[in-house]
Write a protein that binds this ligand. Structure first.
Ligand code: FES
Length: 94
């Protein structure tokens, strides 16, 4: 099991290892919007406050979209593109 904390609401949930972050956000009705759901629009941008290393590697689309947004900084991820691998992560709206 992994843990995801949504800092804006101070909510903490247990999830299966490998769960997609988009699914976690939707299942918990967290206020993070989605657009294309394909790593292109940047709408689902989140700031990873803790546990960046516990997320899946950057997708090829994130490697294009995040630098284009000036956010290839090791803090931001696109929620539609990543999964929680293990441990704990803390996210907040960007
Ligand atoms: S919803 Fe468009 S990049 Fe995630």
């Amino acid at each position: 099991m992994a843990i995801v904390v949504y800092k804006n609401k101070d909510e903490r949930v247990e999830v299966l290892d490998g769960e997609n972050l988009k699914k976690i956000i939707r299942d918990n009705s967290w206020a993070i919007p989605f657009g294309c759901e394909d790593g292109i629009c940047g709408t689902c941008l989140v700031r990873v406050v803790e546990g960046f290393e516990n997320l899946s590697e950057l997708s090829e689309k994130e490697k294009m979209t995040l630098p284009a947004m000036g956010l290839d900084d090791g803090i931001h991820r696109l929620a539609c593109q990543c999964s929680v691998l293990q441990g704990e992560i803390v996210i907040e709206n960007s």
